[in-house]
Design a binder for this molecule. Structure first.
Ligand SMILES: Cc1cc2nc3c(=O)[nH]c(=O)nc-3n(C[C@H](O)[C@H](O)[C@H](O)COP(=O)(O)OP(=O)(O)OC[C@H]3O[C@@H](n4cnc5c(N)ncnc54)[C@H](O)[C@@H]3O)c2cc1C
Length: 350
């Protein structure tokens, strides 16, 4: 097939030959050039960094995610980790996840991020997958991945609500789409109040990760989990310096311990005044359409010390407003997994 031509794919069916369709490969040597190519080729072009998510979607023939042109950014000079006490942490967009997991400064000052990165997928994917790719990856809801015409694939239904929603659907509700945000490192970035630098046609700007991942954004008529325009790219992730006397921890529950997406996870960043918690940041992963800030639990923790009782109470508060699905298979069992993940993460800090 020529670039731009591939099989017409019916909903729920994968591409007939299960091969990546031919595409035009465009190589960028600067972020500005990447944005210029994305602008020039419009909605038919998408960035490829490590390719572990994008090529998977293309191989499965997922209609709305299969571009005619791929803008390869893997050669850009964005593979770096810089840390300083005054500025905090700066991670280039194409830095491998494995580098984040093994960097000594990240391990020392941002344990939650180091631990979250170490639980992403398997070593091969951590070596190939990149910092920005883990943040922007599409949901792994099996209805999207198998090309059902769902909201995120140009249709107007969330099959997850109706069907098998045990693993990939929110337990905290949704609007159009109920598919969970799948990334592990974004949960840690949320808890650490990270921001991203975005290169667009008008130049470079920054936005909080919560604005980048709002849960549901309609961009170019398609429902997405991130708010990037088609001709914008992330160049850097910035995490502020850790507050004095703070500690952080991560806990992830998954079906296969060797590699798997989170059934539930928790990222906790606590600041202490003596043994009393003076600030709490607590974010759940794998259970909502975006990383889920557990505000009631955060408020409860401030002013308390970490004891078995307060940990259990905080974990209960973290899921008190859960609304697990009761249609289809239902997914209420993950409320207990989320509660357990919070309890485990806080216990690691006690
Ligand atoms: C078997 C398997 C298991 C997995 N398990 C986990 C897991 O347990 N936890 C987890 O967190 N993830 C998991 N993943 C997902 C994996 O982490 C992602 O596929 C990977 O991080 C994506 O990075 P990439 O560089 O390969 O992205 P690509 O595939 O190159 O791109 C992914 C998406 O991000 C966009 N993109 C990439 N870079 C940029 C940028 N700089 N600016 C704007 N957009 C960009 C692309 O256009 C594309 O839409 C798993 C994947 C597989 C295949």
């Amino acid at each position: 097939m020529d670039a731009g031509q591939w099989d017409i794919i019916e909903g729920g069916k994968m591409s007939s030959n299960n091969e990546v369709p031919k595409y035009g490969l465009l190589t960028a040597s600067t972020p500005e050039e990447a944005v210029s190519l994305l602008t020039q080729y419009g909605e038919q072009a998408r960035i490829m960094s490590g390719g572990t998510d994008l090529l998977y979607l293309m191989k499965n023939g997922v209609v709305s995610k299969t571009p005619q042109y791929v803008v390869d950014i893997s050669g850009l000079p964005l593979n770096y980790v810089n840390y300083s006490a005054s500025d905090g942490l700066r991670i280039g967009a194409t830095t491998p996840i494995a580098t984040i997991a093994s960097d000594p400064n990240i391990a020392q000052y941002y344990a939650v991020l180091s631990q979250a990165a170490a639980t992403v997928a398997a070593p091969q994917i951590r070596n190939q997958g990149t910092a920005a790719g883990d943040v922007i990856q599409d949901t792994w809801c099996w209805y999207l991945r198998n090309n059902y015409p769902c909201w995120q694939n140009g249709g107007n239904v969330c099959y997850g609500v109706l069907g098998d929603n045990r693993y990939y659907q929110s337990i905290f509700g949704g609007r159009l789409t109920f598919a969970v945000n799948p990334g592990d490192t974004p949960v840690a970035y949320y808890a650490l109040d990270a921001e991203v630098t975005v290169q667009g046609p008008g130049g470079s700007s920054t936005m909080p990760i919560s604005q980048l991942l709002p849960g549901e954004a309609i961009v170019g008529g398609i429902v997405k989990e991130n708010s990037l325009q088609h001709n914008e790219m992330i160049t850097e992730i910035h995490v502020p310096p850790p507050p004095a006397n703070s500690m952080s921890a991560w806990y992830k529950v998954r079906a296969r311990q060797s590699f798997d997406f989170a059934l539930a996870s928790a990222a906790a960043v606590l600041t202490f005044n003596g043994s009393t918690i003076s600030h709490a940041s607590l974010v759940l992963g794998g259970v909502d359409v975006a990383p889920h800030r557990a505000t009631a639990a955060e408020s409860y923790l401030v002013g308390n010390t970490l004891t078995t009782t307060t940990i259990q109470e905080a974990a209960a508060k973290a899921v008190a407003d859960a609304e697990p699905l009761t249609t289809g298979t239902g997914n209420s069992f993950r409320v207990f997994l989320a509660q357990g993940a919070v309890s485990k993460a806080l216990t690691l800090l006690s």
